[in-house]
Design a protein around this ligand. Structure first.
Ligand SMILES: Cc1cc2nc3c(=O)[nH]c(=O)nc-3n(C[C@H](O)[C@H](O)[C@H](O)COP(=O)(O)O)c2cc1C
Length: 361
């Protein structure tokens, strides 16, 4: 076992990870300004970067250096995606020498432009190549190495076989988003797959997918005995979800944000985004904020109206004004950001059957 993980002998796999709450990698969303904004709300342990694409061309260390912007006091996992073993091994060396806590390999991205190149989820169909890439990365770097998988490409029948191949290559832990590539984001995450891997593998397993409320997330963790929870979209929707998880674990009353807390968060995020995106070509600061509000509005009962108003704004001042007017007038009962699903606007992953998922819809 890698001594960088909790080294106490005799500990079960799910007790060996030093982290419980993990921010999922999210391309286009998971830039440092967003990661720091979420980290600032508390409760987070490990932060993942969006993927850095590694091709057959010589590595550009600048790309890795740009990804390595840890949030103060938190561990950082840098994700890479590629299928050329030598280049991936080189990337592993760069990442650990540059000071990241973990190098993670993307084995789940479902996008056609990615799969067409034989990387991301396409690697799930190529166990030999997968083994070769991970083994060479393992040899190249003594640092923590992990992989993030989906349940399969077209079916989930081989998920245990795939996970065992990944384990055999020497990774220190595995994160799983229990949907097939064919699902993209449809349906609901099948936590029975997380339970299967947590039960059968020797390495710790991190569960991910549709953990929309802190209370249900903890219930799924207890049922599956996975080592930690990885959360992506639900953290864009509710930036306090990691804080709520930590408070519940500590037996304290979980934070219940008010509309004014949400307003303060949004305005704080404007200030964080301005220096970063002001000079970036493309959608700019306002575009990034509107993208964020697609998920933020899902935490508000009737939030479509908020999103429509935000999408119409043409300047940051207008954005600030619209969010202030809307949220200052919003009754607290219309927020769905408590630790438990009061309004149940989102479908939580299920460790039982799809009927159970339908009931939470
Ligand atoms: C906009 C977006 C970008 C994503 N980019 C990545 C990525 O770069 N690497 C990765 O492994 N997964 C990526 N994912 C998948 C998430 O990490 C996560 O597995 C998925 O969203 C399910 O978890 P959630 O329900 O907590 O969001 C992305 C998801 C979204 C929504």
């Amino acid at each position: 076992m890698n001594p960088l993980l909790c080294p106490k002998p005799g500990y079960a796999a799910h007790e060996r990870l030093p982290w419980r709450n993990v921010l999922a990698p999210m391309e286009g969303v998971g830039h440092p300004a967003f990661r720091h904004a979420i980290a600032a709300q508390g409760g987070l342990d490990l932060v993942c970067t969006e993927f850095v694409r590694v091709t057959s061309a010589p590595m550009n260390p600048e790309l890795i250096r740009r990804a390595i912007q840890p949030s103060p006091g938190l561990a950082l996992s840098v994700q890479v995606m590629g299928n050329v073993a030598e280049r991936m091994a080189e990337a592993a060396r760069y990442v650990s020498e540059a000071g990241a806590t973990v190098i993670d390999v993307n084995l789940g991205c479902p996008m056609p432009r990615i799969v067409k190149k034989g990387v991301g989820a396409a690697m799930l169909r190529q166990p030999e190549l997968l083994f070769d890439v991970l083994s060479q990365m393992r040899e190249a770097s003594p640092g923590l190495l992990s992989a993030k998988i989906r349940a399969g490409f077209d079916d989930a029948e081989h998920v245990l076989e795939i996970a065992r191949t990944v384990q055999r290559a020497g990774v220190d832990f595995i994160s799983v988003h229990p949907r097939r590539r064919a699902d993209f984001y449809s349906g609901v995450a099948d936590w029975r797959i997380v339970a299967l891997l947590a039960r059968e593998l020797d390495v710790p397993v991190i569960g991910n997918g549709d953990l929309w409320y802190a209370e249900s997330a903890l219930r799924l963790q207890a049922e599956t005995r996975c080592a930690a929870l990885m959360i992506g979209r639900p953290a864009i929707r509710n930036p306090w979800i990691f804080r709520q998880l930590s408070e519940l674990r500590a037996g304290r009353a979980p934070f219940e944000p008010t509309p004014l807390d949400l307003l303060e968060y949004l305005h704080g995020t404007v200030d964080r985004y301005v220096p970063v995106f002001r000079h970036v070509r493309g959608q700019g600061v306002l575009g990034k904020l509107k993208e964020l509000c697609t998920f933020v509005s899902r935490g508000i009962l009737g939030g479509a109206e908020f999103l429509t108003q935000v999408r119409r704004t043409q300047s940051l001042d207008e954005f600030r004004g619209v969010s202030e007017r809307y949220l200052a007038a919003l009754p607290s009962e219309r927020l769905d950001l408590a630790a438990e699903p009061r309004h149940g606007l989102e479908r939580v992953g299920t460790a039982h059957s799809n009927e159970a998922a339908a009931r939470t819809a």
